[in-house]
Design a protein around this ligand. Structure first.
Ligand code: AMP
Ligand code: MG
Length: 398
């Protein structure tokens, strides 16, 4: 049996980072920035008011109190979007939130600390220099790096770039991943089940996992257990990576193995549970991962083998890396001695988990996957996981 680390190393060797392209922010969500992206404009771009109120020279109003307010003429008014004015000595300037500070003013008295006057204003509370002023560049200065190479472009990062005047980003184009389920027993979710038939859940699962990982699924028509049909589908696949499910173990109708063994794909047993039978290679020059058929095995195989391949395709420097997340076990389970086990778990608290299934890690328990939030990664030399143990978690989407 091959250990998972060396299997993943072989999987990663099959793929290379895809080419980069420039895209507008509106088409970059979820993609990875190839470069460090620096601010063009400062944030805020100019000194502006943090409050609706009156811009003042702070030394003229510092002594103001309710008992002895300071009365100043209102020399003018600036709303957000207007150009900056100039404040002469001995006057106040009415100002709205986000409006540029008048030259000469160094603080804003909130409207709540005044009588709200328009010709004259009575100020009942002094302010110190700088109070309620948002300083130009206090958030970011031109040239500051806002997003680093290798970071995912989340909504918040895209918004930060928009704020500093960046409209385009250089990203790796999303990988196209062809998904092909195999099996004579499969029918679509909406179809009534005939004798011996089951619904095809792997196509739905993989399409979703691929999309959650920031890539583009291309779900192909299912293939039967006849090798010719699978070979036809594979010849038609136009993708950066092909993922098949089913037909890789030692049964009599293991179609993927029958069609591809000795034709560019190696079929091996990997020391993991579930997901032991695996295929890996290339077909017509396209990398292919042949996963087992059981849905839980598909999820686990995706998380630990396919997801790192997608990370490499999108240019991440350390696919499968990152800080490991851990949790405490609230309710134990039996592990798989001699194989690394991936147990679907759900959170019972912020950092405590229990098995997501009642029936253990059975790889056919697809309906129980609905409750799973992560996989607990149990080393091969552990045969029993007990309450209070610390486990490492694996997530299957970013
Ligand atoms: P196989 O390796 O093809 O024998 O499949 C192993 C198990 O997974 C069998 O019980 C299959 O019925 C089941 N299976 C295979 N493909 C799918 C699929 N697309 N959706 C749901 N279950 C599947
Ligand atoms: Mg099958």
């Amino acid at each position: 049996m091959r250990d998972l680390e060396s299997h993943v190393a072989r999987a990663l060797a099959l793929v290379a980072p895809l080419e980069a392209q420039s895209r507008p922010l509106s088409r970059a969500l979820g993609l990875t920035s190839v470069r460090d992206v620096a601010a063009r404009d400062a944030s805020p771009p100019f000194d502006n008011s943090a409050m609706d109120g009156y811009a003042v020279r702070s030394d003229e109003v510092r002594a103001a109190t309710t008992a002895s307010p300071v009365r100043l003429p209102v020399a003018g008014e600036t709303a957000a979007g207007a150009p900056p004015a100039e404040l002469r000595a001995g006057a106040a300037w009415r100002i709205m939130t986000g409006a540029p500070m008048p030259a000469g003013a160094d603080a804003v008295v909130p409207a709540e600390s005044t009588d709200g006057g328009t010709a004259w204003v009575e100020i009942a509370r002094g302010v110190d220099a700088g109070r309620h002023v948002r300083r130009a560049g206090e958030d970011a200065r031109p040239g500051d790096v806002i997003v680093r190479a290798g970071e995912t472009l989340t909504a918040a990062r895209l918004a930060a770039l928009a704020a500093v005047g960046v409209s385009e980003v250089v990203v790796v184009r999303p990988a196209r991943v062809a998904v092909i389920a195999t099996g004579d027993e499969l029918v679509d979710a909406g179809q009534a089940l005939g004798p011996g038939q089951i619904h095809d859940s792997n196509s739905v699962l993989l399409a979703g996992l691929v999309r959650e990982a920031g890539a583009e699924p291309v779900v192909m028509e299912r293939a039967s257990d006849a090798p010719e049909q699978l070979l036809e589908r594979l010849a038609a696949a136009d993708a950066d990576l092909i993922v098949t499910t089913g037909g890789v173990s030692v049964g009599a109708y293991d179609v993927v193995k029958a069609a591809l063994a000795g034709a560019g794909v190696e079929f091996v047993r990997v020391a993991m549970q579930p997901g032991k039978p695996q295929g890996l290679g290339a077909v017509h020059g396209t990398p292919i991962a042949c996963l087992p058929g059981n849905p839980v095995s598909v999820l686990v195989s995706f998380a630990v083998i396919v997801a790192p391949m997608l990370e490499r395709l999108r240019g991440e420097p350390t696919p499968g890396g990152g800080d490991p997340e851990t949790a405490t076990v609230a309710r134990g389970w039996r592990a798989a001695l001699g194989r690394r086990q991936f147990m679907p778990v759900r959170f019972t608290g912020p950092r405590t988990v229990e098995p997501a299934t009642a029936g253990g890690s059975g790889s056919h328990l697809i309906a129980s996957l609905a409750a799973a939030q992560a996989l607990a990664d149990v080393p091969a030399d552990v045969d029993d996981v007990t309450a209070g143990d610390t486990v490492t978690l694996v997530r299957w989407s970013r």
